[in-house]
Design a protein around this ligand. Structure first.
Ligand SMILES: NC(=O)c1ccc[n+]([C@@H]2O[C@H](COP(=O)([O-])OP(=O)(O)OC[C@H]3O[C@@H](n4cnc5c(N)ncnc54)[C@H](O)[C@@H]3O)[C@@H](O)[C@H]2O)c1
Length: 260
């Protein structure tokens, strides 16, 4: 059974009408859904992706601004944050969706993969927190996409898990330094049907097998994750900061239990 994409109706949700939301990694999957969700409640959306065609395609869908650049590069982040502010004014919401999972045993992790994993899961968050916060002169909310892998362990997820665990603590620390004006939170998805996962796992029964581990009976849709990101971007979460919200259909609740 495949997973059908869904675009929930968020109309009437308060807090983002006319506000400027910048989405890092907005060109595909969870990032694209976040752009659609923010635009559907009236936000002006800046779509950042290192893939120019993807950024342009999503910006067209949301009548937003397409920006291209590598979010792990300080000069690029300064450039596209500056361009976004010149175009739409101060940033009120920043969603950073970027991440990359390595899959290989610890014994095979090269130095290159280690640094790449840290860059693609942590460095952009550090830059977004530093540079993005300065562009949020009217206050606002930042949301980072972590992973259940940062809270639980799985073989082959050493670098990814360590970096996503680091992300949760980075954000927790940032919440102390950026409050009261700026809130900062993490959404930690469980297994979610994104184009990247579909590319890596073309087996037709892949999602059925994964769903068997999930109390809510299916893997995540990109909209499940985008809805949680949207919650943190809006005033619905006005008194929440420094938190990690797990969105995994309940999968992480299970532990290995043998009836005696
Ligand atoms: N899919 C899952 O099962 C799952 C589970 C847990 C967590 N996550 C997390 O969700 C997030 C999104 O996953 P996805 O599969 O939707 O995203 P993805 O890997 O498909 O990437 C989204 C977009 O980010 C862009 N991007 C990547 N690196 C970039 C960079 N350095 N600068 C600018 N743009 C860059 C890509 O071009 C792509 O368009 C990631 O942080 C991932 O770790 C996913």
């Amino acid at each position: 059974m495949g997973i059908t994409e869904l675009t929930p109706d968020y109309r009437g949700l308060i807090g983002l009408e006319g506000k400027h939301v910048l989405v890092l990694g907005g060109g595909l999957g969870i990032g694209r859904q976040t752009c659609l969700a923010a635009a559907s409640v009236g936000a002006k959306v800046s779509v950042v992706d290192m893939d120019q065609d993807r950024a342009k395609a999503v910006a067209e869908e949301v009548d937003g601004l397409a920006l291209t650049g590598d979010a792990t590069d300080r000069a690029a982040v300064e450039r596209f944050v500056g361009e976004a502010v010149r175009h739409f004014g101060p940033i009120h919401g920043l969603a950073d969706i970027i991440g990359m999972s390595d899959n290989g045993p610890l014994s095979e992790v090269t130095d290159e993969l280690w640094y790449r994993g840290l860059d693609l899961n942590l460095r952009h968050a550090f830059l977004a927190l530093q540079i993005g916060a300065k562009a949020m002169t009217e206050g606002g909310s930042m949301v980072f996409v972590g992973s259940i892998s940062g809270l639980r362990s799985a073989p082959g997820h050493a670098v990814y898990g360590a970096a996503k665990a680091g992300l949760a603590n980075l954000v927790s620390t940032a919440s102390l330094e950026l409050g009261p004006g700026i809130r900062v939170n993490v959404v930690a998805p469980g297994q979610t049907a994104t184009p990247r996962v579909a590319e890596r796992h073309p087996e037709p029964d892949y999602y059925d097998k994964a769903a068997a581990q999930v109390p809510l009976g299916r893997v995540g849709r990109t909209s499940d994750i985008a809805s949680a990101v949207l919650f943190f971007l809006t005033d619905l979460s006005a008194w929440i900061t420094g938190q990690t919200l797990v969105v995994d259909g309940g999968a992480g609740r299970r532990f290995a239990y043998t009836k005696l």
